[in-house]
Design a binder for this molecule. Structure first.
Ligand code: PEP
Ligand code: MN
Length: 338
């Protein structure tokens, strides 16, 4: 439920509404728009009679949020949510570049790539230490050691980190060594994991499941948000379709659709989205043009020797060439890339 206040409603009137709701046992989320304040009501509002709010001074109307996702919906919070991590803002006018290897493989590898990311204009270093591999015989990641060396490499290069959590028992290591926690496509509907992430205060990148509809992704975010963690960043990373010429089908259309339906930021991962090195570049350009708040791109110092996803990892020179192009595209739609 949302309470729409009149233009020019006074602080005292807003206070009366929020106190009334708090007295009734609801939490409130006031969202200050350009002209108007919208107060989001959190909790089970089925038995709440809107008329007791409508009669209060300064209230224009009281509306029920009809989407099944509430906290994630734009009707609940009309203004864009900007998530800030050590000065890096995701969801604002600036488009953020996140880059790094699929997996953290060694100290020298991650340091070398971190330096490349920093030099090319990236703000966030990605790298998996717990890897969800299709085959149990493939490289499974360096585990906690991987997180530690990635954290060192990131700090040495003034970068923020993002890495994937696969299960609840790994959250404590994430809290210690990682700035942004990624939930991978295969775990988008791991509701116990999502609930646990709702209880921590680090941003979560929620990747779209392999066969997940957009609404299912929005509902997955609701699990994190309803636990009390308001920092969710969606990530479009391609979905499985009948197409076989690409690894996945990069659903660029999800970007404006999510932007319309949710106030939360959405980034795009063209690397997993299409999965073929030379096609990552056009998909990255398209994602920025479609309004993505950031890009997550796999880059490797020696892609041909990478322990995972080498075939979709860019060479450092390719990333260096791509970023200025993305900057130009961002400028056309009134955004920037530092
Ligand atoms: C990854 O980011 O390396 C990864 C495994 O991604 P996804 O969950 O999208 O497959
Ligand atoms: Mn990968």
């Amino acid at each position: 439920m949302i309470v729409v206040m009149k233009e020019g409603a006074t602080d005292a009137q807003i206070k009366t509404v929020t106190s009334k709701l708090n007295d009734l046992g609801y939490d409130v989320h006031p969202d200050r728009g350009v002209n108007q304040i919208i107060i989001g009501v959190v909790g089970d509002t089925r038995s709440l009679d809107p008329r007791i709010l409508e009669i209060l001074d300064g209230v224009t109307e009281v509306l029920r949020v009809t989407e099944p996702y509430k906290l994630a919906s734009r009707s609940f919070k009309p203004s864009d949510t900007v998530i800030e991590i050590q000065g890096v803002r995701i969801g604002g006018p600036e488009v953020v570049i996140i880059a790094g290897p699929c997996s953290v493989e060694s100290e020298s590898q991650i340091h070398e790539i971190a330096a490349t990311v920093r030099k090319t204009g990236g703000k966030i270093l990605r790298g998996g230490a717990f890897k969800p591999r299709t085959s149990p015989y493939s490289f499974q990641g360096l585990g906690v050691e991987g997180l530690k060396i990635m954290n060192d490499a990131a700090k040495a290069n003034h970068l923020v980190t993002v890495s994937e959590v696969m299960e609840i028992s790994q959250i404590e290591f994430m809290e210690q060594y990682v700035d942004i926690i990624q939930v991978g496509a295969r775990n988008m509907q791991n509701y116990s994991l999502l609930k646990e992430l709702g209880h921590i205060q680090k941003p979560v990148v929620l990747k779209r499941g392999l066969s997940a509809r957009i609404e299912e992704m929005l509902m997955a975010a609701e699990y994190v948000l309803s636990g009390g963690n308001s920092q969710v960043i969606f990530c479009e990373r391609g979905i499985r379709t009948f197409e076989t010429y690409t690894r996945n089908t990069m659903d660029i259309s999800a970007i404006p659709v999510v932007k319309k339906r949710s106030h939360l930021p959405i980034i795009a991962d063209p690397s997993h989205g299409i999965g073929i090195r030379d096609k990552i570049i056009p998909m990255a350009r398209a994602a920025i043009a479609a309004g993505a708040d950031g890009l997550m791109i796999e880059v490797h110092n020696e892609p041909d020797k990478a322990l995972s996803d080498g075939a979709q990892s860019l060479y450092p020179e390719q990333l260096a060439q791509l970023v200025p192009e993305l900057r130009a595209i961002a400028a056309v739609i009134g955004r920037t890339i530092e």
